[in-house]
Design a protein around this ligand. Structure first.
Ligand SMILES: [Zn+2]
Length: 235
């Protein structure tokens, strides 16, 4: 399947492309909005061209690059293999993290988005180190338990487990080289561990505090003296 730019600048795409949108998350069609001109391509004859689409669901722009297959007299044939120039950012509830952890973890996720998997691995190690320093003495065991749980849930193979364990908890400064497949597992693992340690803890504590407050309020409707005491306690 190919894409054609005709002599009259018309754009022909025999097969529509649908992909997950990095902006809205929907699996939506890419609709062309800015396509290359036949005259310009014929004049400069580049090997690669850019095409701008919009997401059919949220209308945000989606920038792509593709290669030219053939320059013909009446049309130019482009490959249908559209490479997205802009990669979706990883989402996380960063506001629940302590300042230093947030800064390092943000950068870790940015490295992953940029496809810099070894920089990502190094930043994961730093995220673990700063988190453990922040969480106190028992945290290391808890994080190891979290990791073992992820291994079981994800049914990870021995090689992946050894690589990721060394990246996250290795004692020396050597961090194994990471390929895309291991990085894809590591991103889910580190997000889960950071979530469990900080976001889940903070949310659970806040929810419990809220429930206890309302329970105290309710109890207070029965005896007003008790209500005042409880309020003083919770303050
Ligand atoms: Zn969208």
């Amino acid at each position: 399947m190919s894409i054609y730019i005709h002599q009259d600048n018309s754009f022909e795409q025999s097969q529509t492309v649908s992909r997950e949108c990095p902006h809205c998350g929907a699996h939506a069609q890419l609709l062309p909005v800015a396509t290359p001109s036949f005259t310009a391509l014929s004049a400069y004859r580049p090997q690669h061209v850019g095409i701008a689409f919009r997401c059919a669901a949220c209308t945000e722009p989606r920038f792509t690059r593709t290669s030219v297959r053939a320059y013909e007299v009446s049309r130019i044939e482009l490959s249908n293999n559209l490479i997205e120039v802009e990669r979706g950012r990883e989402h996380f509830q960063f506001s629940y993290l302590p300042g230093a952890t947030e800064r390092l973890f943000r950068e870790a996720l940015q490295c992953y988005t940029a496809g810099c998997y070894n920089a990502f691995a190094s930043m994961c190690r730093r995220t673990v180190q700063i988190s453990l320093a922040d969480l106190g003495a028992d945290a290391k065991l808890r994080w190891h338990d979290l990791f073992r749980e992820i291994v079981v849930i994800g049914e990870l193979d021995g090689d992946t487990v050894r690589t990721l364990e060394t990246v996250l908890f290795g004692a020396d400064s050597q961090i194994p080289e990471l390929q895309a497949d291991h990085a894809a597992i590591l991103i889910e693992a580190i997000k889960d561990m950071v979530y469990q340690s900080f976001v889940r803890t903070a949310k659970l504590r806040a929810a419990m505090k809220m429930r206890r407050y309302f329970a105290a309020e309710q109890a207070g409707k029965i005896t007003s003296i008790d209500r005042q005491t409880r309020r003083a306690e919770s303050a």
